[in-house]
Design a protein around this ligand. Structure first.
Ligand code: HEM
Length: 143
């Protein structure tokens, strides 16, 4: 397993491959929701906690919206489009200052959660590769 963090350049959006269908087959909706929830629990204690909602109630809403997206992108029900509309992820992240360093911390906290998932190496690698590349799209600020 390679938890690579690709060197990124602000404003350059590399092509991204959506996660393998194995991710959804192995984690299902429940597993994806739990993984996203665990990721937020780390984010709100991290060096970039100021980017994320300040109260447990708001964090619950953030977890739901993020999980809706990850379920959808992994091939499950299109909850995000139904509840929030077009994904437009770059645009949705525009209000937040997302630097290379913020991306790195976001990915590192995801790694902590992903490495504990009881799924195949292939599913894990595919999901990681998706996060590594797509997170570059969210970068919008210099350090
Ligand atoms: C694979 C990369 C990423 C995906 C798929 C993703 C997905 C999402 C989704 C679906 C939302 C909810 C948007 C809405 O409902 O309007 C969201 C919100 C947010 N994301 Fe990301 N994100 C990614 C990377 C990042 C990174 C790298 C950061 C910062 C380091 C970040 C910070 C935020 C913040 C601050 C919010 C708003 C608060 C919240 O709802 O949590 N995201 N993200």
């Amino acid at each position: 397993m390679q938890y690579n963090i690709t060197q990124a350049q602000l404003g350059v959006r590399p092509n991204v491959l959506i996660p393998s269908s194995k991710v959804y087959e192995e984690l299902r909706e429940t597993g994806i929701r739990k993984m996203v929830s665990d990721h937020y629990d780390l984010l709100v204690q991290s060096e970039i906690k100021n980017l994320f909602p300040p109260t447990p109630e708001l964090v619950e809403i953030a977890k739901k919206n993020a999980a809706d997206f990850f379920v959808q992108i992994c091939g499950g029900e299109p909850h995000f489009s139904k509840n929030r509309g077009a994904p437009k992820m770059g645009m949705r992240h525009a209000p937040f200052k997302i630097t290379q360093n913020a991306r790195k911390i976001w990915l590192q906290t995801y790694k902590e959660v992903l490495r504990k998932q009881d799924i195949s190496e292939e599913a894990k690698q595919s999901f990681w590769n998706y996060l590594d590349i797509f997170s570059i799209w969210m970068m919008n600020s210099a350090e």
